[in-house]
Design a protein around this ligand. Structure first.
Ligand code: FAD
Ligand code: AMP
Length: 481
């Protein structure tokens, strides 16, 4: 008899491990199959995010920012230190320790909640059966479940013009492991991952050139915010080349020649290392038997409805494997939703209010619609924009670059979008998420009391600015209609 579960989750990333924990909390007999072996050679939960994504990249972003501050900006605070020395091995060891702490923590949570972690590979068969191949090479087993949650995540996109060799040409995982700072670093792709990893190595002293095929910088971000970001990042020394498509790479004398074409013709640059960051794709290799009945959409994501149900009753798919932004918190909320739906509850993810964050410095964060999106609908709207330069706390901290922007419906005053470039943008944007979840109007924010001095006051002022009521910036008074 096959082992029988209420829920089998395939993949133990933020989507899968959360789904498993929530299902177990709800009293369901749950197993999670995860095949990852970490760089220490041990089985590991936590997926891309905890092992080679969100967490290690943020550890390096924070460490490299501290290095940059000590090198460049503490002097203006009246603190004199000598030229700092980089100990990259310690920086990596710190990052690895955080990763191990968090992935080990997920294993503890599995134990505490009674989730069975099956170390190895899972494959969905027909009839809600799952084939489990243990990582230790043991015999494959057939398991049965009332419900299966597919959560196998995503992997980096490879392009034939820049094939990964895990030495000179690397993907995001390799870019977290350089054992010395490359003198010249090429980054292919100016998306979130390219900008974050490019920033890490630029702060540590690399000369970084980012080559991006598309003319528009961060096309999904509000244009005003993206423009400010481009200006700031270029000022920081990131050499961002837009409208430049990589056409080939060649390894010569231990370096990489990268050919690219832009409107002016063909060019070539030589780098010590190249990071390929041209996006991620859903990971479906060997996940589905041909008769599983689960279908893919036109972009090779597993097809799901708004509740993450696939075409097969009892089979769900979540996270990077399905449509929507490839973000850990989106995967997490889908994990919670499917566990609760399986338990008979009526949970929904509000896809309108999923924040996006780019952990550059300053950070960029947003929720809801950009001004260009709202404009394209033809509906009347209003905006309020206030710079951090008008904020006492930001000035005191030496973090006055950037702005907060609201886009609101002209008639109803409902907040349609909030966009931030500036200090703690990842934290500030959450105020917009809360407001929008509650269907707030700009007036609701205008009438709230914000602590002084705080960065959040710029959120308040930007809401006030929507109706020409900001106090700390001069706004031209709107003529009464
Ligand atoms: P994953 O985290 O990819 O987990 C899927 C797991 O399933 C993997 O561990 C894999 O080994 C396992 N698996 C696959 N197939 C099988 C199988 N057949 N059997 C058993 N196991 C299987 N997102 C953010 O929100 N914020 C960030 O700051 C952020 N930074 C990032 C930085 C980098 C460098 C990268 C690469 C990504 C970043 N992301 C970030 C994206 C984030 O990592 C993903 O959105 C998130 O991990 C998706 O979660 P998931 O559970 O869908 O899949
Ligand atoms: P994202 O999907 O946000 O991770 O961003 C990946 C970026 O890589 C996109 O902006 C793509 O336009 C860019 N890109 C893809 N292929 C190439 C290429 N051959 N040369 C330069 N940029 C590319």
């Amino acid at each position: 008899m096959a082992d029988q579960y209420d829920v089998i989750v395939i993949g133990g990333g933020p989507g899968g491990y959360v789904a498993a924990i929530r299902a177990a909390q709800l009293g369901l007999k749950t197993a999670c199959i995860e095949k990852r072996i970490n760089k220490q050679g041990d089985p590991a939960l936590g997926g891309t995010c905890l092992n080679v994504g969100c967490i290690p990249s943020k550890a390096l972003l924070d460490s490299s920012w501290k290095f940059h501050e000590v090198s460049d900006s503490v002097a203006e605070h009246g603190i004199k230190v000598g030229k700092p020395k980089l100990d990259l091995a310690t920086m990596h060891a710190r990052k690895d320790k955080i990763v191990q702490q968090l992935t080990g923590g997920v294993a503890q949570l599995f134990k505490a909640n009674g989730v069975t972690w099956l170390q190895g590979t899972g494959k969905l068969l027909a009839g809600k059966k799952v084939e489990y191949a243990p990582a230790d090479g043991g015999d494959s087993q057939e398991l049965a479940a009332e419900n299966v949650v597919l959560a196998s995540g995503s992997v980096p996109v490879n392009i034939p013009v820049a094939e990964i060799d895990d030495d000179l040409i690397v993907d995001s995982t390799g870019a977290l492991e350089f054992d010395k700072v490359p003198k010249r670093l090429g980054v292919i792709g100016a998306g979130v991952i390219g900008l974050e990893l490019g920033s890490v190595w630029a702060r540590l002293g690399a000369e970084v050139v980012v080559i991006e095929a598309v003319e528009t910088f961060l096309p999904l971000v509000d244009t005003q915010i993206a423009k400010e970001g481009l200006k700031t990042f270029r000022k920081q020394g990131l050499d961002i080349r837009l409208g430049a498509r990589v056409t080939g790479t060649e390894i010569k004398n231990g370096k990489v020649d990268v050919g690219y074409a832009d409107a002016e013709g063909d060019h070539s640059e030589t780098f010590d290392k190249v990071i390929v960051a041209v996006g991620r794709r859903p990971y479906t290799e060997n996940l589905l038997s041909p008769d599983s009945g689960v279908t893919l959409d036109e972009r090779s994501f597993i097809y799901v409805n708004g509740q993450c149900r696939t075409d097969v009753p009892g089979i769900f798919a979540i996270g990077d494997l399905v449509r929507g932004p490839a973000l850990a918190h989106k995967a997490i909320e889908e994990g919670v939703m499917v566990a609760e739906v399986i338990a008979g509850e009526h949970t929904q993810v509000n896809y309108e209010c999923v924040p996006g964050v780019i952990y550059t410095h300053p950070e960029i964060a947003w929720v809801g619609k950009t001004e260009q999106e709202v404009k394209s609908t033809g509906e009347p709207y209003k905006t309020g924009v206030v710079p951090f330069a008008a904020n006492g706390r930001a000035l005191a901290a030496g973090e006055a670059a950037g702005m907060v922007k609201f886009v609101s419906d002209e008639k109803s005053d409902r907040i349609l979008g909030m966009h931030v470039i500036g200090p703690q943008a990842s934290e500030l944007v959450q105020q917009g998420v809360v407001a929008m979840e509650f269907g707030a109007t700009t007036e609701d924010l205008q009438l709230m009391v914000f602590g002084h001095p705080s960065l959040s006051e710029t959120v308040h002022e930007a809401a006030l600015a929507v109706d020409y009521k900001a106090i700390h910036v001069a706004q031209r008074r709107r003529k009464k209609k």
